[in-house]
Design a protein. Structure first.
Length: 249
């Protein structure tokens, strides 16, 4: 499902009206006919389509994201898949006020970059990898990763942020990221036994003793977090398409 299949962002249009439009054959902006709804609603939808089409053509994805209701940002993903940044951080603890970010991995455009504290983990690098993306995707990142980064760095991340945890819950996929990976058959070859606590220990072994093998293992774990997010989001958006859109067309 793409943003062009959506009418719910138009003023006065709810899920019921949108479903009725789909059922009446208006499954795309190009197929909308004002006669399918009342005059006022028709004018609002036409105004929305005109503004949204302009924003889409101009690459103003933040504008499009701001018009979508909470929980519907996934509808924009197919439009900007190649410029979506999947990200995950590792830290020395859970409190941003007293702990540090150790690594940040970003998977974008088929490539994965890992920034490491003391090497290349800087605000400039974070802005290049995250702030310049059309959308960022995390798992529980709205409550943890993004605030942690903004607290530890002079960073104001206003990029549209899709938190995959909430979409998974919507589909009955509960638990942490690794639990959901297991449910979907997504693997972590080579770092199956690494978890958050082990990630902290790996960093300490590198930071205190110069153990490069520990850092390599931590980086691999962190990179798989982001790459698996893409796999899961592809699966989840497919399920949402089948649940939200397909039954009505």
């Amino acid at each position: 499902m793409r943003i062009e299949n959506s009418f719910i962002a138009a003023d006065g249009v709810g899920e019921k009206t949108e479903r009725r439009l789909w059922q009446d054959g208006a499954t795309h902006w190009d197929e909308f006919d004002p006669s399918l709804v009342g005059e006022k609603t028709g004018d609002r939808i036409q105004s929305y389509i005109r503004d949204a089409r302009r924003a889409l053509d101009d690459g103003e994805y933040r504008t499009l994201a701001e018009t979508l209701p909470s929980g519907s940002l996934w509808r924009l993903y197919e439009n900007i898949r190649d410029d979506t940044a999947f990200f995950d951080i590792e830290t020395t603890g859970l409190d941003a006020a007293t702990n540090d970010v150790t690594t940040v991995s970003v998977h974008r455009g088929g490539d994965t970059t890992t920034l490491v504290q003391g090497r290349d983990l800087t605000v400039d690098a974070l802005e290049r990898e995250l702030a310049d993306a059309s959308m960022v995707v995390s798992f529980n990142g709205k409550r943890f990763d993004q605030p942690f980064l903004e607290s530890n760095f002079d960073l104001d991340l206003d990029t549209p942020h899709l938190d995959l945890m909430y979409l998974c819950k919507r589909l009955g996929l509960s638990g942490g990221l690794k639990s959901i990976e297991q449910d979907l058959g997504v693997g972590r070859e080579g770092v199956e036994d690494v978890d958050g606590r082990e990630a902290v220990r790996l960093w300490k072994r590198y930071d205190r003793h110069g153990d490069d093998a520990a850092l390599d293992r931590l980086v691999k774990y962190n990179r798989l977090d982001t790459e698996n997010l893409r796999i899961i989001l592809d699966d989840v958006t497919g399920r949402l398409h089948d649940d939200v859109f397909a039954p009505h067309v």
